[in-house]
Design a protein around this ligand. Structure first.
Ligand code: NAP
Length: 336
């Protein structure tokens, strides 16, 4: 059986729609009939620079939601017909999301409650995995996950740079479930009410000069032990590092340019949001097992989404908008 896919024929060649085989789920995997695909900044970078692509033609895509079509051996948490959100993998055409049918690991997928649409669910996988790995991963900030203990960080402060982005909006919500009393986010000022509805206690206009943002954060809290810089530009890293308290940890979403001086007890580290990496897998799979309940009871709200037209054929235009910074406070999604 074949299916419709969006692929990159060769390095930097324009995306093309074509056909490919539908794969059988292996042990521990599910085959998903994709209904909605979320677009991520990494995907335009993969297209433009060939990042994380070893061979062509390549199918990419990290975020999807759909219906379980078939379960592989050993899968006990899904049956055919379940609605799910699932993460794509790098360097595997069978496991990418820009296609009608994809494979995904069952333990890193979430069953969707009826109050969550496929479009909303397609905003979840990468954003939630990245926030989870950064905050709770054993190679990153190593916080106690709210899956284990809700509210472990009462009385403490956290800074989330880029709170209106997909990763930032999930990091704010997981910080709220972790009990942080003070959750400071930077974003454009128009997103203040939205971010406060997710759990931010303070929102600082990210368009202010760097020194003013830094001062505003320092005025709110002098004891910030965790910074999540979801943007990781030169100035956002400087802001995060300037307010990070001793012994603190700063997560970055790209290679960090911060070089701590000898004797500095603080760390800055690039989060690698790959849930299948053995150190990350337990914390991510525990998170996904919990997510159905949190989505159902409203503890976690999906990103706001903007559905763009064209299905697979509409993806290239959406990626151009991400590339040119024309996306603010929403996740772009296509439906199939
Ligand atoms: N390392 C990893 O494994 C990993 C995983 C996921 C993502 N990433 C990377 O992390 C970054 C964020 O991903 P995402 O999916 O969250 O992106 P996104 O949703 O597309 O981010 C868009 C948001 O970025 C905000 N923004 C841009 N410049 C900012 C600044 N200087 N200060 C504060 N906010 C700023 C905008 O805020 P306003 O509209 O409010 O101005 C906008 O809402 C991307 O570069 C992505 O490639 C890395």
């Amino acid at each position: 059986m074949s299916q419709k896919v969006l692929f990159i024929p060769s390095k930097q060649a324009p995306f093309e729609v074509g056909t490919a085989e539908i794969h059988k789920p292996g042990h521990g995997e599910i085959l998903i009939k994709v209904q909605a695909i979320g677009l991520n900044p990494i995907e335009w970078k993969q297209h433009a620079f060939g990042l994380l692509i070893d061979s062509y033609p390549a199918i990419v895509g990290q975020d999807a939601a759909g219906v379980v079509e078939e379960v592989g051996a050993g899968v006990t948490n899904f049956v055919k017909g379940d609605r799910v959100a699932a993460r794509g993998a790098f360097n595997s055409n069978a496991h990418a999301t820009y296609q009608q049918y994809m494979l995904a690991p069952a333990d890193l997928s979430a069953k969707l409650p009826s109050n969550i649409s496929f479009e909303e669910a397609a905003s979840l996988p990468t954003g939630v995995d990245t926030a989870t790995v950064g905050l709770f991963g054993p190679m990153d900030a190593k916080l106690i996950s709210p899956v284990e203990t809700l509210g472990a960080y009462k009385g403490q402060s956290i800074l989330i740079i880029g709170g209106s982005g997909s990763v930032g909006a999930y990091a704010i919500q997981l910080a709220r479930l972790s009990g942080f009393t003070t959750i400071i986010a930077t974003a454009s000022a128009r997103h203040e009410a939205y971010l406060k509805s997710l759990g931010a206690t303070h929102v600082i206009d990210r368009n202010l000069p760097e020194a003013e943002v830094t001062q505003a954060v320092a005025n709110i809290s002098k004891g910030i032990k965790v910074v999540f810089d979801t943007i990781t530009e030169e100035n956002t890293q400087k802001i995060g590092w300037a307010v990070l308290a001793s012994g603190g940890h700063m997560c970055t979403t790209h290679v960090t340019s911060i070089k701590p001086q000898e004797g500095d007890s603080r760390k800055a580290k690039w989060v690698l949001s790959v849930p299948t990496m053995p150190p990350n897998r337990p914390v991510c799979s525990a998170m996904w097992a919990q997510f159905t309940k949190w989505l159902e009871d409203g503890s976690i709200r999906p990103n706001k989404v903007e559905v763009i037209p064209g299905g697979l054929e509409g993806i290239a235009a959406g990626l151009d908008r991400l590339k040119t910074d024309q996306v603010s406070g929403v996740k772009l999604v296509v439906t199939l």
